[in-house]
Each structure stands twice: as structure tokens, then as C-alpha cells.
Design a protein around this ligand. Sequence first.
Ligand code: DX5
Ligand code: ZN
Length: 221
Amino acid sequence: MTKAKIAPSILAADFSKLADEIKECDSLKVDWLHLDIMDGHFVPNISFGPGIVNTIDKLTDKFLDVHLMLSEPEKYFEPFAKAGADLITFHIEVHPDPLAHAKVLKKMGMKSGLSLNPATDIEKVLPYLEHFDLLLVMSVNPGFGGQSFIESVIPKIETARRHIDKHKLSTMIEIDGGIAENNAQRVVAAGVDILVIGSSFFGASDRQALTRQVQSLKRQP
Ligand code: DX5
Ligand code: ZN
């Protein structure tokens, strides 16, 4: 049995009191913090850069899971690594052959993640999973928080989980977009290890209850 992890997406935090939001994540003992970086090109929105990541790194010892929604992510591996990222994820849609970039991240001592959009076939990423620490399955079209979960990603998670188990890989599966208490159990049953939760975490009436609910979920084996 593997216990699920929760990674609040800071994009949905109240930036006017960012330090308090981070401290609350710490005291709730969330597992990771998910940081969404958008360039206004790969996705139709702009978020924040290495400066804010570094500010967050100074506020907490939490594992920083940096999701690059950028057209040229490799240009920014170094700045985000220096800012305090522990894991850097980029998208297969911008690098159909992502192996070289996985190697660059490994050389930097950085954990690596590969992501795919809802419209991208899971078969496109399977051959590369052995080179990555994480597969990030997008369950909304990236760019904005607060969108509805796209149900058709469930079979993609199941396919990735079968592949990872069959080949005895250590690659973790993370889900991102539209996750809330009503679908958390289902995605874990499909094979997810880490749940990114943005608006449903920061908008929750009881963040502690949500955190404990997610952390109590277990998947087989
Ligand atoms: C979407 C981002 C997500 C987003 C999740 O482009 O990658 O991480 O912040 O937010 P919710 O949980 O609100 O869908
Ligand atoms: Zn994200």
C-alpha cells in the first residue's frame, strides 16, 4: 500500500499574505508545494518566476515541485534550480524527445518530471518514464486554476500505472487540475501518488480535514 501525498498549488494562495499561507501549509504538514510557472506563450496566462520561488524557499523547508508551463523550459532550469526547486517538470508537447533535458536535470542534481496535456496520448510519454522521477498528468488544460476535472484522464493514469508497475520503475504519478475531495479517492485508485490541489485547498473551509483526507488515501500495491 502506498500513501497519497498532497501538494497545494500556490497559484491559488492569497499572495497578499503569502508568508502566512506558506506557514499554514507547513503547520498542516502538507507533503509538497506545487509551483506553477506560466510564460503567456505555452499557456495563455503569466504567473510568477524564480524570484517568488526563492521567496517561498526561504519561508519553508518543504519540497518544492516546480511545474514549468513554458515554451523553452530548458532556458530556465538553472534559475529555478538556484531559486530552490527540488523537482522541475516540463511538458512533452514542447519537447517530443525529452531525454536530453532529463539528463541535464539529473546532472544538475535535480529531480525531473515530464508532463502531458489532456489532449496528448499517454503512449507518447511511456517510453521516457524510466528517465524521470515523476509523471505529471494534467487533468485540465494548463493555464488557470479553478477549472473542472476532465474525466477522460482516468484511463491514462491507469495505463501509466500499469506500465510503471510492469517495468518496476520508481517514477511517481502526479495529477494536476480540478482535484477536490469528491474525486481524490478515484484518482488514487487509478494509480496516482501525489495530488496537486489549488482552488479546492486554498478555498476549503477546513484545510486540515482535506489534507488528512488525501493523506489517508492508499493505493495498491
Ligand atoms: C493549471 C496548473 C494547476 C492549477 C491547479 O495550469 O498547472 O497546478 O493551479 O489548480 P486547481 O486545483 O484549482 O485546478
Ligand atoms: Zn501545475
